[in-house]
Design a protein around this ligand. Structure first.
Ligand code: MN
Length: 494
């Protein structure tokens, strides 16, 4: 679908005149910069930044982010200097564009060639996600990258099959999980469903054929239930904002089918009824009414309001015996919970607008096993407070960690100020013990070189090389320190 400046402006619902002027300026600049360039699908290149900008405008982001989305490929692909962005658009937008350009330099793709997932690849992928967040430094950089990726997977058909598959796999392993952790259900679902057929073509066709008729049958039941429910709630004067049907995304359906041993008759949430109301108290009240109309299926009532999911998702879920012998899921949530579920961290920008009264209570988030997921979620909570807004955009919870690659593409997660010696010991103790030099990005560096995010580190080993006392000053990891000490002690050097 071709889009133009009007589509961007129409999607910017809450921007003031001066914000729109900025967006238009960025559009003109990008259009000129990409003049004559084509995408692989033969569209004018400008279509790509326009699509990214529309995605971000639709989820309600600010003018700076939308402008930066329009400019995001001008430095990387159109030879514009970052100083030009800075002169025309200021530091903030220049930083955002710089952040996006910087992220595209991480060569995630080469690391993701494995079809079989074991614990080692899982932890590698997790480290890649962390590195991605660490290098982004600003939340909005990640949001722009997600919008960028969304359009890229929408146009995968124009790429050679192997390239398309690589990008699709990276999308499933890095981008979609990040969108999920940021609570942006809408983008996560789209990323997964677009990447699905490229990574798992057989499984995609199988899932599609399985749901074909089922969706139609369910649709009718859901419409019927919505009518009954509206009538009942009106009669009892229970306030609700909206009742609608929702279809499960195909990839998440596939994952669930695999988990349930591929039995689609057990997929009660293929299509669900969703009730949006005003307060948490009303949610519980409506749940009560629903159970009076349709009997609940034992064991399927889930209270994610008092116990939110780790990414902050809140809702009441129940599964009921619906008309005509069907079984159907119903989700009940407040408007605020709904925006949170669809837009996650981006919902902040919605909170600034008319949708919410300040007294809507935020439920406490649960304690989590994974610290950084907890941090992301916590920061999602914090971001609702406009005073803390500016600070919370900084993604500094990895500021004490460094992520660097081996030449084979393994990621090593090391403390800040770590050196090639730490790196060598994290690969293998023997490599540490015989480390004689190091190359970063193909160039020789001293052994006390401070590693940076995204560095590709090659350790040069020599049989004759051994730990020296001065190494102790140049290491940050306990592992390296104790190995060096042990060696020096046995040699009587300390
Ligand atoms: Mn791009």
């Amino acid at each position: 679908m071709k889009r133009n400046l009007d589509d961007i402006i129409k999607s910017c619902q809450n921007l003031k005149q001066k914000d729109l002027t900025l967006v238009k300026m960025a559009f003109k600049f990008a259009q000129k910069a990409h003049q004559g360039q084509k995408r692989k699908n033969q569209d004018d290149f400008i279509q790509h930044p326009i699509h990214a900008a529309v995605t971000l405008a639709k989820i309600g982001l600010d003018a700076e982010t939308i402008a930066a989305a329009l400019l995001h490929d001008t430095v990387e692909d159109a030879g514009i200097k970052s100083s030009q962005i800075q002169q025309n658009f200021g530091d903030q937008i220049a930083d955002l564009v710089g952040g996006v350009t910087n992220l595209s330099k991480i060569r995630l793709k080469k690391n993701l060639t494995c079809l079989k997932h074991d614990d080692r690849t899982e932890s590698q992928i997790e480290n890649l996600r962390k590195m991605f967040v660490a290098m982004a430094k600003d939340l909005r950089v990640i949001l722009i990258k997600l919008a960028d990726r969304l359009h890229n997977v929408q146009t995968l058909y124009a790429l050679p099959p192997q390239t398309a598959k690589k990008i699709a796999r990276e999308t499933l392993e890095i981008y979609a999980p990040l969108a999920h952790r940021l609570g942006i259900g809408e983008i996560k679902g789209q990323l997964e469903d677009l990447a699905f057929p490229y990574v798992f073509p057989k499984e995609y066709r199988w899932t599609k054929s399985l749901v074909g008729q089922k969706y139609q049958d369910k649709k009718q039941i859901v419409q019927k239930m919505i009518k009954i429910l509206k009538k009942e709630l009106d009669k009892e004067k229970v306030p609700y904002f909206d009742i609608h049907g929702r279809t499960k995304h195909l990839f998440s359906l596939y994952k669930k089918l695999v988990k349930f041993d591929k039995d689609i008759s057990k997929m009660y949430d293929l299509m669900a009824v969703r009730v949006i109301t005003d307060s948490p108290a009303d949610c519980y009240k409506i749940l009560g009414f629903i159970h009076q109309i349709w009997k609940p299926l034992p064991g399927y009532i889930k209270d994610f309001i008092s116990m939110p999911k780790p990414n902050g998702y809140q809702s009441l879920h129940t599964t009921v015996f619906a008309p005509e012998g069907q079984i159907c899921e119903i989700q009940i949530r407040t408007r605020q919970m709904h925006y949170q579920a669809e837009f996650g961290v981006a919902a902040h920008w919605h909170y600034k607008t008319k949708y919410f009264s300040p007294d809507e209570k935020n439920a406490k988030l649960p304690s989590k096993e994974f610290k950084w997921i907890a941090e992301l979620a916590k920061w999602q909570e914090k971001i609702k407070n406009p005073q803390e807004f500016k600070d919370t955009l900084k993604l500094d919870f990895f500021s004490d960690r460094i992520f660097a690659f081996t030449p084979q593409g393994d990621v090593k997660n090391l403390p800040q100020f770590a050196t090639p010696i730490d790196f060598a010991y994290s690969v293998h103790s023997q490599i540490g013990d015989h480390c004689s030099g190091a190359k970063v990005g193909g160039k020789m560096v001293p052994l006390n070189y401070e590693l940076k995010n995204g560095d590709i580190v090659e350790i040069i080993v020599a049989k004759s090389a051994n730990p020296r006392p001065d190494w102790l000053k140049n290491v940050k990891t306990a592992e390296a320190r104790s190995r060096i000490r042990n060696f020096l002690k046995t040699k009587g050097l300390i």
